[in-house]
Design a protein around this ligand. Structure first.
Ligand code: IMP
Length: 454
């Protein structure tokens, strides 16, 4: 069977911990979208591993697959694999031949275009994600399978590189170097192709996964980023360029929607909100220079709100894994979560980080929005409309800081009562049961209510 893990907010919901926890029962862990914009930290046998591309399951002896919906930077991929090998692991990573390749000019253009966009900039991770998906949709991309066939690789580069060079030099008036040099790219990427072939890493993803399912294996499909960063269902244009939503799991792997729908789709919810990047955020607390629109610390939120935002940011470690940027933080946004529950069809929820909110007198939740004088319960379709929404808050009594490791051992009933009231509100509003509750950063600090593979 399959279990699909989806972020229900703006990324960084703690998906990695849940993948890690439930992944124990999985034989194969596959990513279906995104690339090295997704940072995750895996702790295994007391060792910490920071990964951005290799699926975390590969650290634990599972087969890790990068599906056709992913964009793959071979340099990052081999760096991560080599680092894992140096540390004594033997990761088994497979890459779909249909996945698209991030080339150095994609990274260069990501930076150049972000600078040009000013107010429309999404605050990207500058890993070349958007430009690579653009080329995929524009039918001028280079796929992993092309790296294995030097004639095709040469032909693709000869067509596309002069266009990219002209774009950088003539439209954006930038100097270009090796990143836009056909011969250099050809030699470097042909070698990556040879290594992929030598190590037997490439697969026809859909066939590979279906064969494993038919043989009785458990497959986990790991979404990166989150629903509100989805190119179709997120806060466009402040989004990533792929589909983190559950539908992405089918097109991004080649497994049929009925196969995914036969399994479980678990929504990962952070107990508050965090955001790396720009765009509106109706439940934001305080603000972050350079990310919060029109932010001016002097006349922005009050000192209490700023202090609360800083406390949550520090307690929750809300600094980007890939970029180190401080994340914007806010209260839970229920219209965002109702939108996610519908778009993904969650069969269960994992709510993380309830320990981070402990010790507060009250915990607020954006229950609905006031939009043009009306109460609405879900997100409006345009980001301009969303920026005009004012959150209507609902207050919950806070819960104390307790020995969360003991809570994780003792189970759901050991969670402080007020926190359970909060969890049950979320579950009722989203009409999905709570499968797990994260009460600390380690995977043993999770209250497991339901194991989807059992
Ligand atoms: P890109 O994916 O690098 O193109 O960035 C597009 C938007 O998605 C930016 O607002 C990023 O901050 C955000 N984003 C991309 N990956 C992640 C992630 O793993 N966690 C949180 N935000 C992300």
């Amino acid at each position: 069977m399959t279990v699909t893990i989806v972020g229900s907010q703006l990324g960084d919901e703690g998906k990695g911990g849940v993948v890690d926890l439930y992944g124990d029962a999985a034989d194969v862990v596959a990513r279906y979208q995104g690339g090295d914009n997704a940072g995750h930290t895996v702790v295994h046998d007391g060792e910490k591993y920071k990964l951005s591309l290799v699926p975390s399951g590969a650290v634990r002896g599972k087969i890790g697959v990068l599906g056709n919906g992913c964009v793959v930077n071979p340099e990052t991929l081999f760096d991560e694999i080599d680092t894992l090998r140096e540390r004594g692991l033997e990761p088994d990573v497979r890459v779909s031949e249909r996945a698209h390749v991030i080339l150095p000019y994609h990274r260069a253009l990501d930076g150049i275009e972000e600078e040009e966009k000013e107010d429309l900039a999404a605050g990207t991770t500058k890993r070349g994600i958007g430009p690579t998906y653009e080329d995929k949709a524009g039918r001028r991309g280079v796929r992993v399978g092309d790296l294995l066939d030097s004639d095709t690789l040469r032909e693709r580069l000869e067509y596309v590189v002069p266009q990219k060079k002209a774009l950088a030099e003539e439209v954006f008036d930038k100097e270009t170097g090796e990143a836009f040099d056909i011969d250099h790219l050809y030699e470097t990427y042909r070698e990556y192709g040879e290594r992929l072939a030598d190590e037997g890493m490439t697969v026809d993803c859909g066939t590979f996964l279906q064969n494993r399912i038919d043989a009785g294996d458990n497959v986990m499909l790991e979404g990166a980023q989150g629903t509100s960063l989805d190119i179709d269902h997120g806060v466009y244009p402040y989004v990533t360029s792929s589909n983190p939503t559950a539908g992405g799991a089918t097109v991004g792997t080649g497994l049929g929607p009925t196969v995914i729908g036969d399994g479980e789709v678990i929504g990962i919810v952070k107990a508050y909100l965090s955001r790396v990047g720009t765009g509106p955020l109706p439940t934001e607390l305080g603000g972050v220079e350079g990310q919060t629109p029109d932010y001016d610390a002097a006349d922005g939120a009050g000192a209490d709100e700023e202090a609360l935002a800083t406390a949550i940011r520090d307690e929750g470690g809300e600094y980007g894994t890939v970029t180190g940027r401080p994340r914007r933080v806010g209260w839970l946004d229920m219209p965002m979560l109702r939108h996610a529950a519908r778009a993904n069809g969650f069969t269960g929820l994992a709510v993380n980080h309830i320990d981070v909110l402990s010790g507060l007198d009250t915990v607020e939740v954006g229950h609905s929005y006031e939009f043009d004088g009306e109460e609405i319960l879900t997100m409006p379709p345009t980001t301009e409309q969303w920026s005009r929404c004012e959150a209507t808050f609902k207050s919950f009594d806070g819960w104390p800081d307790v020995d969360w490791t003991a809570v994780a051992e003792d189970g759901y009933e050991a969670i402080p009562e007020n926190a359970r009231t909060y969890l049950e509100y979320i579950s009722d509003e989203l009409d999905a049961p709570i499968y797990a509750v994260g009460v600390g950063p380690g995977r043993e600090e999770t209250v497991v209510v339901e194991n989807p593979y059992e």
